[in-house]
Design a protein around this ligand. Structure first.
Ligand code: PAF
Length: 281
């Protein structure tokens, strides 16, 4: 596995692969790799001739006061894990290489990025879309692999690819969970043993709410109250519980054939998100 830091060298490597008719699979990450990332890399390995993984903690997607500085960084371990999972090129650029002096352009992602996580993290998804577009332009991947845990992020990147005619395909893979059901996330590293124990209630509440919907419950209000009651008293500070249309992410008035239940909470100051797509068909 090669480690490439310079965006120009990365582009040259991609151009050579392209010219040789090789199919490139790409997994964008912020590092602190866990089983969720590794499942994406392994899938990319199976479906492509070459696999590129980026590790870049993107300052543009953190607001002031968020955890940019303390975000876990573990490049040595990431390199070992990425290589084992089948990565050919690890792209590890410096912040200055991607955001030189005077950088001022960004992707405007519209209404879909103002709801759910976007409501409490203004500018976050514009930062995500901007870095993804930059990475896609440098790496020119045929396929990009992302995790469904970040459902809204994937929906926004898919929309950007469609709206801006970007020549790639976004593949969303299932959320990988710890034995307790907690969705894998680099931010789980912030949780202590007690926090981890409490956090397992998020998935339990999603599963039980999905059960209610499948049994015929159609009122978003009642489903939300049910989840709220499961989270109450478990050391969980709720940011939102939302029942939305899986395509637009707008809140719905009545549950139809398929809905997305999305949750964001804080446990011991750590922000955790999870979601479940529920279909009645
Ligand atoms: O999901 C992430 O880790 C990041 O948001 C991404 C897609 C790598 C962009 O920085």
């Amino acid at each position: 596995m090669r480690i490439v830091k310079d965006p120009r060298a990365m582009r040259r490597a991609s151009q050579a692969l392209f010219a040789a008719g090789k199919q490139i699979g790409f997994v964008p990450t912020m590092g602190a790799l866990h089983e969720g990332h590794l499942s994406l890399i392994k899938k990319a390995r199976k479906e492509n001739d070459a696999v590129v993984v980026s590790v870049f903690v993107n300052p543009a997607q953190f607001s002031a006061g968020e955890d940019y500085e303390k975000y876990p960084r573990s490049i040595k371990n990431d390199a070992i894990l990425a290589q084992k999972a089948g990565c050919d090129i690890l792209f590890y650029p410096a912040s200055k290489a991607l955001y030189p002096e005077g950088f001022s352009c960004s992707v405007h992602t519209g209404r879909i990025s103002e709801v759910l996580c976007g409501a409490s993290r203004p500018g976050h998804f514009s930062g995500v879309a901007t870095i993804c577009l930059k990475l896609f332009n440098i790496i020119m991947p045929h396929k990009v692999y992302m995790g469904r845990k970040d459902y809204q992020q994937v929906a926004i990147i898919k929309k950007m690819v469609a709206d801006l005619n970007i020549n790639t395909q976004i593949k969303a893979l299932p959320t990988v969970r710890e034995a307790s059901g907690l969705a894998m996330s680099s931010r789980n590293n912030y949780l202590g043993p007690r926090g981890r124990e409490f956090a397992a209630v998020i998935y339990r509440s999603l599963k039980e709410a999905a059960g209610l919907i499948r049994e015929g419950e159609s009122s978003p209000g009642r489903i939300k109250s049910f989840i709220q009651s499961m989270l109450r008293g478990r050391g969980v500070d709720v940011e939102y519980i939302a029942i939305v249309c899986p395509r637009t992410l707008d809140e719905i008035k009545r549950v139809g054939c398929s809905v997305l239940i999305a949750i964001a909470v804080r446990i011991d100051q750590t922000r955790l998100i999870d979601n479940m797509l529920v279909s009645r068909r």
